[in-house]
Design a protein. Structure first.
Length: 333
């Protein structure tokens, strides 16, 4: 089954062509990061307008690169939740229009289910059940994936996403936006014990997480250094933050796998690119005897191939949309 898929939930406009949820035929991405960097964060209205500008061209490019004709497309899919509502509506309506004109089904896909499905593209042998850890700029969840469309969130952030914490910390350190990658690079030469940062625990919800206090603690460390006239040790602050984020995510991942009887862990989302998180997860999973699936960096961030992968399994499960399918800024998985 050949699916044309669209992702436009934030500041990446992406169109892909995938086959049977496992093979990428084309994966086109237009990142608006440079446009939003001017403002230090994503401006929703500007994101929507830029999606509108490039989406049709990207779809043509994806179809051409896949080497298929439009009549070869069996279904069209799009992310319909969660995300920036105006941005989502651009991709959703484009996909609905394409499905209508081609006379094929339209399949709505939850963005986080898509992130999890990136692993099906990277690892042909991976099949549920497994534990998924999705750590991105807008979301941080731990989910039990019992089947391709039977997914339960078992732990999540109560406030900011881990990526938001990295981005705001990076901005305060003058590393630009989105600064997660730059902060990671800087941390390589730092001492991760130099700054004491909190690892919040949620009373009564051991698998839930919190990152807003950590974000504030980094900003306070920067202000304190300024007020005392001290030179900030940026590499060590970056390393201490990366270690703190990893200390929040990794033990909960291992505990969730144990609690829910799952012996494989699949990771997804932009923060899965973080070298500290990757290293600590690799070591912790090895010690706990868990198989670990870490997708290549190209599939960690937002892309449309992951939406096409999940769309195939939604179709198989009968979860097809229609011309009245709406978009939602927030919605359970
Ligand atoms: O999954 P993604 O592309 O978009 C969302 O769905 O949010 O994730 C983007 C996030 C940004 O916050 C970015 O700074 C972060 O992933 N990120 C990183 C690294 N690479 C990207 N954070 C920490 N270390 C990295 N190496």
């Amino acid at each position: 089954m050949t699916i044309l898929s669209i992702e436009s939930s934030c500041d990446e406009t992406a169109v892909a062509v995938t086959r049977d949820g496992r093979t990428i035929l084309a994966d086109e991405i237009f990142s608006q990061a440079d446009i939003h960097a001017l403002y230090g964060g994503v401006v929703p209205e500007i994101a929507s307008r830029n999606h509108l500008k490039v989406i049709a061209k990207l779809a043509d490019a994806a179809i051409a690169r896949a080497g298929i004709a439009k009549r070869d497309i069996d279904a069209v899919a799009a992310t319909n939740a969660p995300g920036l509502i105006g941005a989502l509506l651009v991709g959703l309506n484009f996909a609905k229009g394409a499905a209508l004109s081609l006379g094929v089904p339209f399949i709505p896909v939850h963005h986080l289910r898509g992130h999890i499905a990136a692993n099906y593209l990277a690892f042909p042998e991976l099949a549920p059940p497994f534990l998924a850890v999705v750590v991105s700029g807008g979301n941080t969840i731990i989910a039990a994936v019992r089947d391709y469309t039977d997914i339960e969130i078992v732990g999540q952030t109560r406030d900011d996403a881990a990526g938001e914490c990295f981005d705001k910390a990076a901005r305060a350190m003058g590393l630009g936006y989105p600064g997660g990658r730059a902060l990671d690079d800087l941390s390589q030469s730092g001492d991760d014990t130099r700054y004491t940062l909190p690892r919040p625990v949620i009373d009564g919800a051991p698998l839930d997480m919190s990152f807003s206090g950590l974000k504030t603690a980094v900003v306070n460390a920067i202000h304190n250094a300024e007020q005392r006239g001290e030179t900030l040790d940026k590499p060590s602050l970056a390393a201490s933050l990366s270690r703190a984020v990893s200390d929040v995510i990794v033990p909960r991942t291992i505990a969730a796998a144990r609690d829910y009887g799952l012996n494989a862990v699949a990771v997804a989302g932009g923060v899965a690119a973080n070298s500290r998180v990757r290293r600590d997860l690799t070591n912790a999973c090895r010690r706990a005897g868990l198989a670990l699936y870490l997708p290549p960096l190209s599939l960690c961030g937002d892309n449309a191939a992951m939406i096409g992968a999940q769309a195939y399994y939604e179709y198989v499960a009968g979860n097809v949309g229609d011309m009245s399918t709406n978009a939602y800024a927030s919605r359970g998985i």
